[in-house]
Design a protein around this ligand. Sequence first.
Ligand code: HEC
Ligand code: HEC
Length: 329
Amino acid sequence: MKKHTHIALILAFVGGTSTAWSSEPIQPISPVKEINLAQVELGKKLYFDPRLSKSGFISCNSCHNLSMGGTDNLKTSIGHNWHQGPINAPTVLNSSLNLAQFWDGRAADLKEQAGGPIANPGEMAFTHTLALDVLASIPAYVTEFKQVFGNADINIDQVTQAIAEFEKTLVTPNSRFDQWLLGNKDAITADELAGYNLFKESGCSGCHNGAAVGGNSYQKMGLVEPYKANSPAEGRVAVTGDEADRFKFKVPTLRNVELTYPYFHDGEAETLTEAVNIMGRVQLGKKFTKAENAKIVAFLKTLTGDQPSFQLPILPPSTDRTPQPKPFE
Ligand code: HEC
Ligand code: HEC
């Protein structure tokens, strides 16, 4: 297992500092600093705009609902025409901290990722050209794109750039666990602390570590005991072609995990209790007692941070020139 290398890397990273958390495998989340506010405002509108879908009904927020931890809380997502998605929707919260995007890491970053769903037939089922036609038919968008990016024509590069910039703001600092890391020893209870110690001692933090408590490596699902998934997903091998990567997935972030049920790439674990038991068994060969499991779950719930908070964007209306939505085709 790679767990020792990860821990060593993280220790090397924080080595020079003498912060309260420097000996811990998890670091606090920092609020965003460098951000282009004009792009964020535009990206926020696009994130909520269902007119980027063929049906005129599905937006990024349909599946990554920011009122529900950035997920849809469904086993697998519902796409265009009520299409049953193949895989569980991961949260967009803190996704800027991921080493790459998607369960198999096939998109390098948020900008590359953001083009995918619009043109995915099972998701928003549009084309980039048609999405651009819709935006170009709405004068308020044309003006705003020009203000933000300078040039006359709206292109997909600007659309994905603005959405990605907005997504960078979706970090969740100030969880009770982060308050504890930063030195407030009363921020978590004795049981939650015991859960954290179990999390470290059992080896969970070998894979779930760093500021996102995951998101920074690909690991095999079913390391010590095979996991029978209810999904066709093959994992990282789909990207690398390397058989050694079969059934390796990006380790999900455990930030806000209390909100992002159900769990695993196939969405088969309905509760945290179940997810923790399965992880113990298939990743570590451990059977937790009920009390141990409850402590780990209690710890995981301390990872819920401040949720993104902003005014709901009001979208500019369509015009006579705007292509009509096609919800039933
Ligand atoms: C129909 C539901 C649906 C819609 C609409 C949708 N997504 Fe997703 N999203 C998913 C699913 C499912 C995945 C996981 C796919 C995979 O890993 O193969 C995903 C993955 C992601 C990820 C990667 C997160 C991670 O941890 O790897 C990001 C970021 C994301 N979506 C952002 C967006 C944005 C931005 C939009 C709008 C342009 C959008 N999504 C529209 C369902 C959806
Ligand atoms: C060898 C690396 C590894 C270890 C050790 C490990 N995990 Fe995981 N964890 C993963 C991977 C990979 C996934 C995603 C698996 C999938 O979806 O098929 C995951 C998923 C999860 C999830 C579901 C998150 C979500 O959003 O779907 C939880 C909760 C979790 N792990 C908790 C734990 C706990 C608690 C432990 C210790 C008992 C642990 N993990 C040990 C790699 C690991």
